[in-house]
Write a protein that binds this ligand. Structure first.
Ligand SMILES: Cc1cc2nc3c(=O)[nH]c(=O)nc-3n(C[C@H](O)[C@H](O)[C@H](O)COP(=O)(O)O)c2cc1C
Length: 190
């Protein structure tokens, strides 16, 4: 049944304690409170770490750093010190006790686990996490994210375009917002 037609995924680097691993299966799930969901493979050493420490740091690197990010997924922290092997420079987080922040990320989110979802059949375990601190970095128009295409293939963005809603729609939305909040009525903004 599984079909990867929903790729590409925006690849991030998750650090639990001082152990880094690339993660493609993550998503924002709430703006207020600000929350992410992480899907953690049961075979990863990071799963036990995440259950024990209940915190992690989700980093976004530019495409230029793709090699180091991806190689963190070619070994397990159970056997090697991946941060040392990959030459990642780490510093303490602002709000987390154990998770480290990797130098050079475009931005990073410090996460505290809210709950592990009950998903006994899945090969990945979903964790809902609160964002407790944001390392914003510099905001650039020309971000070059690491896009995971599946298998061993990666890319970054090509041509860009901006697609704005029609003016009338925008006015109508504004009027609706002024009267009553509409659940799920908006395209999430950046
Ligand atoms: C491109 C890429 C994407 C990955 N995405 C995920 C993911 O979304 N979730 C996950 O649990 N593992 C994912 N992995 C696998 C882990 O990163 C990999 O198993 C890693 O070595 C686990 O490290 P650990 O044993 O130190 O925890 C991905 C690996 C690669 C190379």
């Amino acid at each position: 049944m599984y079909f990867s037609g929903f790729y590409p995924m925006h690849l991030a680097l998750l650090v639990v304690g001082d152990n880094p691993m690339p993660i493609a299966w993550w998503t924002p799930v709430s703006r207020e409170p600000f929350r992410f969901l992480l899907a953690m493979d049961r075979r990863n050493w990071s799963l036990g770490l995440l259950r024990e420490k209940r915190e992690a740091a989700l980093h976004f690197f530019d495409f230029a750093d793709a090699e180091r990010v991806v190689r963190a997924g070619h070994a397990s922290g159970a056997r090697v010190d991946k941060a040392e092997r990959l030459g990642l420079v780490m510093r303490p987080a602002e709000r987390l006790a154990s998770a480290r922040i990797v130098e050079g990320a475009r931005c990073a989110f410090e996460l505290a686990v809210v709950r592990e979802l009950d998903e006994p059949e899945g090969d990945h375990v979903p964790f809902v996490c609160d964002v407790v601190h944001v390392h914003r970095g510099e905001r650039s128009e020309n971000v070059e994210p690491i896009l995971f295409l599946g298998f061993h293939d990666f890319a970054t963005v090509g041509p860009r375009t901006r697609i704005s809603p029609p003016l009338r729609g925008r006015r109508r939305n504004r009027r609706r917002r002024e009267t009553a909040p509409v659940a799920g009525g908006e395209t999430p903004s950046a």
